[in-house]
Structure formats: C-alpha cells, structure tokens
Design a protein around this ligand. Structure first.
Ligand SMILES: *[C@@H]1O[C@H](CO)[C@@H](O)[C@H](O)[C@H]1NC(C)=O
Ligand SMILES: *[C@@H]1O[C@H](CO)[C@@H](O)[C@H](O)[C@H]1NC(C)=O
Ligand SMILES: *[C@@H]1O[C@H](CO)[C@@H](O)[C@H](O)[C@H]1NC(C)=O
Ligand SMILES: *[C@@H]1O[C@H](CO)[C@@H](O)[C@H](O)[C@H]1NC(C)=O
Length: 480
C-alpha cells in the first residue's frame, strides 16, 4: 500500500520534473492547500525547519575535490557553470548568511526595528485577465485587421502604461503604417501579458521553494545546499551575457550605460520604456547589455539562445535620497512627462500623489504598476524582494566606485573612464526639513527594506569575489 508520505513524494517529484505546466500548477496548489494554515502562520514550523537545515549547511565543509561529481548532481546541475549560477543568487542563501541579522544601512537614519517584513498572503496569482484571456483579446484585434475592419487604428509610439515610468518620452513623431503590429491596444495587451506571467511565476516559485524544503525534511531526506569555497575563480567574468539591467529612476543607470556601451562597443541598448512588439527585434539583437525602464520579465522576449544565458542586474539607492532626487529632477525638467505634477506640488504632497515618490523601487522590482495597484500591497513587496534576491548582481549608488570594481569580476567591465564617473544631479535639492524626511520614510517603508537587503547582497558579492581582490580592483580603477 502506498503511504500518504510516499504519495506526496511522488507528487513532489512530478512537480519538480514537470516544470511550469498547468499540470504542475494544479498539483502544487492542491498539495499546498492541505498545509495552508501551517504555512501561513507567523513563526511557522517551516521557518524553524529552514533555520535548522541551514545551520547544518553552514557547518558543512567546503567543496572537496574528491566528490565533485556528486556535488554537481545534488541539485541535478548539469555542470559546474550551472551550479555556480545557482550559487550566485542570494535567494538561495539568505538564510545562512552571517550578516542576516546585521543592519547595513545608516542606523541613525533608519530604525529598522520599527519595520516588520510583511508575510505573503496569497497562494497563487489572481492577476486578471489571465494570459489566455489576453491572447484571446489579441486574436480578436488581429482578426479585425485581417478582415480590414479597422480603418483608423489608435497609434502611439510608446504604450501609455509605461509613460509614467519613462524618464523621457521619445520625441519622434509617429508616422507609422496602419498595421496590427503598430496598434496601441495590442501593445498594451502584450505588456499586460508580461505582468501576468511574472505574477504567476512568482507565486509558483515562492511556494515551490518553501515546500521543497519542508517536504525533504519531513521525509527524512537530507538537505544539502551546494557550497563552494570563497572566493570563486574570477579569471573570467562570473556572469554570461546578455545583462538585463533594471534601471530604477535616479539610481545612476544612465552613467552605467555609458560604461557598458564603451566596454562592449556593440550589442548594447538603452530602453526608456518597456519595448513594444515592434521593438522586440532590437532587444533580441542586443546580445551584451540592455538597460532601461523595462518591466521584469523582459527576458521572455529574448531568442532561445539568450534565454539560457541572460542575467538580471540592478542598482539601488538610499530611498530617501532617491525620492528627493526624483522630485527635483521632475520639478526642474520642463518637457518631462512628470514635470507638471512636481512643479505644482510641494514634496510632501508629491510623495502621496506620484507613484515615483511612493515605493517606486518596490514597484519596479515587482513588475506591478499603478494600473494594478496604486500603492504596492504586501504581496507585491514580497514579489519585489524575491526578484531582488534572485538577481545576479546589485549595485549601490552610494557605493558607485565599489560597484564598478565588483562589476569587473561579474562582467569584465575594466577600468571605467574616470571622466564618466557618476555625476551629481544638476538639480540641487532645497527646503528639505527633518519633518519632510520623516514623511518620505513613512511613505517608502517597503523601499527601505529592499535597500537594506541590497546592502546585504552587496556584502555577499564582495565575499564571492574575495575582499582582497575587490580592494585591489578598487585601487586599480583609481590609478589612471
Ligand atoms: C577530500 O576528502 C578526502 C577524504 O576525506 C581527503 O583525503 C582529501 O584530503 C580531501 N581533499 C581536500 C582538497 O580537502
Ligand atoms: C546617518 O544618518 C544621520 C541622520 O540622517 C546623519 O546625520 C549621518 O551623517 C549619517 N551617517 C552617515 C555615515 O552617513
Ligand atoms: C527604534 O524603534 C524601536 C521600536 O519602535 C524603539 O524601541 C527604539 O527605541 C528605537 N531606537 C532608536 C535608536 O530610536
Ligand atoms: C502589511 O505588512 C505590514 C508590515 O508587516 C503590516 O503592518 C500591515 O498590517 C500589512 N498590511 C496588510 C493589509 O496586511
């Protein structure tokens, strides 16, 4: 007779093997549902269990050459590269880090004991419409074009949903042919599809990770997370291209583009908004470096080859400084789509009415826009945190030189020209009182938690390449 325990093992094996299919989804949901109350309780068993496992992992020895093959196979890694790739994400290691409980942001400025990490409340994506429904809508539009029913299509050079996110709207006059490919409704539906996909992937992966751990323990299976001796070998860049650099406004992304376009010379791209279908090819042809105000999920449009090698990166800045910089940038940039809102409102009001002043880091990292949620929900925060921890590299604007030094090891970026160093914004802030700062902090509590996480990730990145190597590179970058 098959015991419940065995049955669950079989189901889990199917889940793990079958990947992102509907079948998998139903099984995962069904299985999780049974232990739902347990998983959602604060201080639940799972958390304790995870800590126990990871304690064991911490004390485990580093890689021993004699059982290397065993080692790669533990998680069904095909080769050393794919294992290192896994190893590089903080997502898989955050429980075992020695700096987990340390604060890295300025503790005079941010009293983090006032903040609680929100728990994830939902088990699965309830994004509407579903991808299937969106595809049906797209089909309907296409049919209308095919049948010659559309005479005057709505045409826009960028889709309206990304306008607020783009720093500069493209100035080009649109003089496009009347085709399905240029239809604005079709473009915004494509964007919705990205969000729906990112949203459902998140819930799927989040619970899969949690449940995998719980299951292995309950069934007495030993859990061994792959561990390597640090620092890693950085004789060649740790990360493969293309690099997908999520540009959060006012965090130094434009300077970053200067560095990478000089480094690679070809195959680089700066996108001011998420690409519409007419721009997909341009993205696919940029095989080295793509930076921009695009949405999480842009990897879904890459060619098959790059789908296997892309790596996400981003750069975060102190949230209070970022909000202030963003406000003054808009306030003093006539012609900017966000100018009037900042010009006509004091900063205290602006942080309430402009999404840019209210947890914008969370919004960009989660991939959920104001269209879905005017203020990010607690689940959206968790999505942003999950995405951040899954990134292969995170830079810190306040540590710009240090970030560039680290990028040498991660991407090969060598000795960026000093003349291209991060420029201070020409829009100097004024009239910022301590009371205003308190208001900004209160409004941007999610971004503050993400910033703290990014600082932890930054420390880990230094450990990965080795502190000595890092210091040497930092000095080298300045010796020119
Ligand atoms: C690996 O383990 C074997 C057997 O325990 C030991 O003899 C050997 O010295 C170890 N190698 C390294 C590199 O630690
Ligand atoms: C920490 O924050 C306080 C209050 O904002 C500020 O006065 C101080 O200069 C900051 N310290 C550092 C090292 O930035
Ligand atoms: C930080 O916040 C906690 C909880 O609200 C409080 O008890 C503590 O005194 C605060 N610390 C400082 C330095 O303000
Ligand atoms: C979201 O999380 C915060 C912090 O943990 C908590 O105070 C708040 O009640 C949560 N909001 C909802 C709607 O659950």
């Amino acid at each position: 007779m098959i015991k419940i325990k065995d049955l669950r093992f079989i189901i889990l094996s199917i889940i793990i093997l079958s990947g992102f299919t509907t079948f998998y989804y139903i099984n995962l949901y069904g299985t999780i549902n049974g232990i739902k109350s347990d998983l959602l309780k604060p201080n639940n068993k799972l958390e304790i269990v995870e800590k126990e496992i990871n304690k064991k992992v911490v004390f485990e020895n580093c890689k021993n050459e004699t059982d290397e093959s065993n080692f790669y196979n533990y998680y069904q890694f095909n080769d050393k590269e794919s294992m290192i790739n896994y190893f590089l994400t903080y997502q898989n290691y955050y429980y075992i880090e020695e700096y987990k409980d340390k604060q890295f942001s300025n503790s005079t400025k941010y009293n983090l004991s006032k903040y609680n990490y929100p728990v994830l409340t939902k088990l699965y994506s309830n994004f509407t419409p579903t991808i299937k429904e969106i595809d049906n809508e797209i089909d309907l539009i296409k049919k209308k074009y095919d049948n010659g029913e559309i005479v005057e299509p709505k045409i826009n050079s960028i889709t309206s949903s990304t306008t607020y996110r783009s720093i500069r709207a493209p100035k080009k006059k649109t003089n496009k042919k009347i085709t399905f490919e240029n239809d604005e409704t079709y473009h915004s539906l494509e964007l919705k599809k990205f969000r729906s996909r990112v949203w459902s992937d998140f819930y799927l992966n989040y619970w899969k990770d949690k449940y995998f751990l719980l299951f292995t323990l309950e069934n007495g299976l030993s859990f061994r997370s792959p561990r390597l001796c640090l620092p890693l070998d950085t004789s060649k860049p740790l990360l493969t291209t293309p690099y997908l650099f999520l540009h959060i406004p006012k965090c130094g992304g434009t300077t970053m583009y200067t560095h990478f376009s000089k480094h690679f010379k070809v195959g680089t791209l700066q996108q001011w908004a998420h690409p519409n279908p007419a721009e997909y090819k341009k993205v696919q042809d940029s095989k080295n470096f793509i930076i921009g105000h695009f949405e999480m999920g842009i990897h879904l449009i890459l060619n098959e080859k790059e789908q296997k090698t892309y790596n996400y990166m981003t750069m975060l800045r102190d949230p209070v400084e970022r909000v202030i910089s963003n406000y003054f940038y808009h306030k003093h940039s006539p012609g900017d789509p966000q100018h009037i809102l900042a010009r006509d409102n004091v900063i205290e009001n602006w942080i309430i009415i402009s999404p840019r002043g209210n947890n914008e880091i969370t919004r960009v990292l989660s991939g959920i826009t104001i269209k879905e949620e005017p203020v990010p929900s607690n689940d959206t925060f968790n999505m942003a945190l999950y995405h951040l921890r899954s990134m292969k590299f995170v830079g810190i604007t306040e540590k710009y030189s240090e970030s560039l030094a680290l990028l040498k090891f991660y991407t090969g970026l060598e000795n960026p020209n000093v003349a291209d160093k991060l420029k201070n914004s020409k829009f100097r802030p004024y009239g910022i009182t301590p009371a205003i700062i308190e208001k900004i902090k209160k409004r941007n509590w999610m971004d503050i938690l993400l910033y703290e996480e990014a600082l932890k990730m930054f420390e880990r990145q230094i450990n990965i390449v080795g502190r000595d190597n890092f210091e040497k590179q930092l000095t080298k970058n300045y010796r020119q």
